[in-house]
Design a protein around this ligand. Structure first.
Ligand SMILES: Cc1cc2nc3c(=O)[nH]c(=O)nc-3n(C[C@H](O)[C@H](O)[C@H](O)COP(=O)(O)O)c2cc1C
Length: 171
């Protein structure tokens, strides 16, 4: 795909992200997780999306079993209830495919199945991942996001996944 075709979809995604988008990993279990943070850009000569998943998430275990993921972005201000559900309930406890009210949009380019009810999807292949090194993080951000109030005792740092964009399209 042309970079321009991909990046035409980014303003819409950037505007919606603070309200939430859905991350789905490849593999048999389809478990949309709400995300609020992502980066869109170019690294290693290819268009990428970077997402961050805490170790405590069920989605972390799914991301570790696959090399693809998809970020699905709702149309402006839509799917608030579903974002709330997928941002507070864990796939360890509920079957989100049955209970979230969301349905699969089959992958078109070898990524993971996305969310049909959304406005845009970014299918990705993981090209790099690394655990966030809290010792190199701004102390204010560390205290705010990785303090003792997190699900795991070490601050529950995020795994950072860089995904090459295989395809991006409107749904
Ligand atoms: C608006 C919003 C944004 C969120 N962003 C992230 C994120 O970027 N990374 C993350 O690990 N969790 C994030 N979360 C928390 C997860 O969505 C939440 O813990 C979810 O229940 C995990 O689901 P899972 O256990 O099925 O993976 C966010 C939650 C909300 C409501």
């Amino acid at each position: 795909m042309e970079l321009r075709e991909i990046f035409d979809l980014v303003p819409q995604a950037a505007e919606q992200l603070p309200r939430g988008a859905f991350l789905t990993a490849g593999g048999d279990v389809w478990n949309p997780m709400t995300i609020g943070w992502a980066q869109f850009g170019v690294i290693w000569g290819r268009p990428v999306v970077t997402v961050m998943v805490r170790k405590s998430r069920f989605t972390f275990s799914r991301m570790e079993q696959t090399d693809v993921f998809t970020v699905s972005v709702p149309r402006a201000k839509e799917l608030a209830k579903e974002l709330g559900f997928c941002g507070s309930r864990s796939g360890r406890d509920v079957d989100k495919e049955r209970e979230s009210g969301l349905t699969r949009s089959p992958a078109r380019a070898g990524g993971a199945d996305g969310v049909r009810e959304c406005g845009a999807a970014f299918e990705c292949r993981i090209v790099q991942k690394q655990m966030l090194d809290l010792d190199t993080l701004d102390p204010e951000a560390r205290a705010r996001y990785y303090g003792s109030n997190q699900a795991l005792p070490n601050g529950d740092p995020h795994m950072i996944y860089v995904g090459e964009i295989l395809a991006a399209y409107s749904l």
